[in-house]
Design a protein around this ligand. Sequence first.
Ligand code: LLP
Length: 425
Amino acid sequence: MSHFSYRDGVLHADQVALDRVAEQFGTPTYVYSKSALLDNFNAYAQPCAGRDALVCYAMKANSNLAILDLLARQGAGFDIVSGGELLRVLAAGGDPRKVIFSGVGKTVEEMKLALSHQILCFNVESIPELHRLNAVAGEMGVTAPVSLRVNPNVDPKTHPYIATGLKANKFGVAFDDALETYRTAAALPHLEPVGIDCHIGSQLLDDAPLLEALDKLIELIDTLDREGIHLHHLDIGGGIGIAYGEAGESEPVAVGDYIARLFERIDAWRAEKHAGRAIKVIFEPGRSIVGNTGVLLTRVEYLKPGQEKNFCVVDAAMNDLMRPTLYQAWMDVKPVVPRSGAAHTYDVVGPVCESGDWLARERKLAVEQGDLLAVMQAGAYGHTMSSNYNTRGRAAEVIVDGDQVHLVRQRENPADLFKLETLLK
Ligand code: LLP
């Protein structure tokens, strides 16, 4: 069910009219639905009920503290990629013992921070990283739990910028090198190999590549068992993609169906092993937890007819939402209060001084100056990827809870943006 729908001619987030939100908080503003967030989390949590499984929300998709808090209260763990993200989890009251730390470039400081908070696991991506982590853990007199991010070399069939598990990608350890790398990890005195993980890419609409990756991880777990390296968890990486609503786009597989198929394979493997080998399953979904929970609300500043194109200039820009220009991503744009009258074809662009500053191209819209538009499915990789380019303060963020609206991040004002800068004396 969509939490964003028209009622009495106005686009609403649950019971709140978006024109009211714009009036109260200004534009551009990200508007999230709390109930959509909880529904999405439950789509993962419910099929995992009664199983040894953990959903570690990939907070890079949206790391607002209020979102983290709501998810933590549902029992979520977190997939982090920086020390800064760990500090956010702590600030939101999340449990560091449910945190896994991904990323190819973990610094000594980040490792220390994560070890001091006893996170669940480091997803290690290279041999030099194993050595660094071993040294840091040794200095602190602790043992670091590690998992190796293995590159199953499965084609995720997604945009090349967000395919991450191929041989040509910077991520992970090659499948063929994994055994040797585990031997290295097991031989290091301050590391304990506890798991295996992978992440093959994002915005996967089909689960076949994920299940193919699963088979490869299982194969490795068996090989490692024979070596005397017994892993306790299997982390399958990110979640399923979402529907952005583009014409001709294929529907994403239902999360529940994917999880059912995944457990079916895992159960068959465990049954085949007479001891019924135990394994915890970890998921790291990001986009599918927050993507359709949010819209970017923006106001039309000008309509600018051109010789070749018509431009609808809005007050949100590429600095607020990078996805269109960075990935040529198609994102739906809806009028908050649809008007009758002739629709024209527009490129929806922002005020930033780049030709690449567009949010949508070639859209038929009946709009006038001052109208409000909503960029749909903008809850994931929206605000978190925003920047201050052109000294533009980042957008406000609000969460709708039934008929209530809560400001969860103030709009940045220009003075905030240069307060860390100094003049030469
Ligand atoms: N785990 C790891 C190690 C990841 O690198 C990612 C995403 C995830 C989990 C979450 O994947 P998801 O469930 O969201 O598909 N900015 C791009 C997406 C980049 C994804 C990077 N990694 C976009 O806006 O499409």
